[in-house]
Write a protein that binds this ligand. Structure first.
Ligand SMILES: Cc1ncc(COP(=O)(O)O)c(C=O)c1O
Length: 402
């Protein structure tokens, strides 16, 4: 997506003026993706004439909303082969992860007080695990290797008879590494431990099926798959005995009592449409993104000496690159020079804190290397023309020495 033109800015108190916008290229699709126009089209009627509340059981507006809600729930679940009844809508993956960890551990503390999470989880899992620790749970943070992969053995080693929950992301949001989810799920099943997996970055390019991989809880979010922000899913496997989870929000008892609060219908409809498109486009998206990613990496590594890729080259998301720029690059000047390029120098969710990425630290990057790290997250909308421009910009900006 390249934008060049006049943008009309509306300022407070009715002030407005025209200014020439910069050409920009959006390569930060791990932070968020643009909303697909088909998704927006599907959502719009739910802001207008279809404004009913699915909890209104006495009239047509409510019944129509309920049938749209249940159709959307079915569609959203399909991406992992789940039944509609296994899907709970939340405000996003952060909330889903909080319910999965806090809600599950609190409801099952009589069965054990030990929880295992990987050291490179997203902060919405990591900090929730720390919260559990503050509540008296024993939490093991399992390390990854220098390629950013968490081994099954390292998880098996810390399992105790008190372990009730393991949380392992399918894919890392910073360095794109694909974790051995299937093996860990089989281990958890064998040991009768509940497994949670954060699928937030996985579903647009990887096929993950709950009927093939025995995880119990899964979480994801629409805005990483060309859907709207503020809507997420929590999958809870239907099994016997039933998986117990305590709600975090109380009120009207929506979502079978697990998540009270009036449902965000426009966002849910958008989530369902984004899911349908993700399923339909997955193979095409994968090929396109992998070709773009390989093109960028081949060109950059040919033109720049001393680039270091963070994370495994093969066991990696098709749309991710994360690399350390050569020594002596002047980062301030570099960032200025590449400003038409929307990329991330850390996890988007932590950049506000300007902290060194815990993931880059976990794979052994020094503070200096982490500061010189750049993450590219490619999206369905990116083109080879943009990829070529990005390579040229980065190579050019690297010539600016400290
Ligand atoms: C792996 C992962 N989990 C969870 C989240 C949080 O998702 P949300 O923004 O929907 O709360 C993100 C977002 O960056 C993510 O990448």
């Amino acid at each position: 997506m390249i934008c060049l033109g006049k943008e009309r800015l509306h300022l407070p108190r009715g002030l407005c003026f025209n200014r020439l916008t910069l050409t920009y290229m959006y390569f930060d699709n791990h932070a968020t993706t643009p909303v697909d126009p088909q998704v927006l089209d599907a959502m719009l009627p739910y802001f207008k004439e279809q404004y009913g509340n699915p909890a209104s059981g006495n009239h047509k507006k409510g019944w129509d909303a309920l049938s749209a809600l249940e159709a959307a729930r079915k569609q959203v679940g399909q991406i992992i082969g789940a039944n509609a009844q296994e899907i709970t809508f939340t405000s996003g993956a952060t909330e889903s992860n909080n319910i999965a960890l806090l809600g599950f551990a609190r409801a099952n503390k009589d069965s054990g007080n030990h929880v295992i999470v990987s050291q490179i989880e997203h902060k919405s899992v990591k900090d929730t695990a720390l919260k559990l620790k503050s509540e008296g749970f024993d939490v093991s943070f399992v390390e990854c290797n220098s390629s950013g992969i968490v081994s099954v053995e390292s998880i098996e080693k810390v399992i105790t008879p008190k372990t009730i929950l393991i949380s392992l992301q399918a894919v890392n949001n910073e360095i794109g590494t694909i974790q051995p989810l299937e093996e860990v799920a089989k281990l958890a099943e064998k040991k009768n431990i509940t497994l949670h997996t954060d699928l937030s970055q996985a579903l647009t390019t990887l096929s993950i099926d709950k009927n093939k991989i025995p995880f119990d809880l899964a979480t994801w979010t629409a805005h990483k798959m060309y859907g709207p922000k503020g809507i997420g899913a929590l999958f809870v496997r239907q099994k016997s005995p039933r998986i117990k989870i305590e709600p975090l929000l109380f009120g009207g008892g929506h979502e079978r009592g697990l998540r009270s609060g009036t449902l965000n219908m426009p966002a849910i409809i958008g989530f369902a449409k984004a899911t349908q498109l993700a399923i339909e486009n997955r193979n095409k998206d994968y090929e396109h993104l992998k070709n773009l990613r390989d093109f960028i990496w081949k060109n950059l590594s040919q033109k720049l000496n001393g680039l270091k890729l963070s994370g495994d080259l093969n066991q990696r998301l098709a749309n991710n690159l994360n690399f350390v720029l050569p020594e002596n690059v002047n980062m301030e000047a570099f960032l200025k020079k590449i400003s038409p390029l929307c990329i991330s120098t850390g996890s988007a969710c932590t950049t506000a804190q300007i902290a060194i990425s815990h993931v880059l630290k976990a794979i052994g990057r020094t503070d200096q290397e982490a500061q010189r790290s750049v993450r590219i997250g490619l999206g369905r909308q990116n083109t080879f023309e943009e990829a070529q421009k990005a390579v040229d910009l980065i190579v050019d900006a690297c010539s600016l020495r400290a």
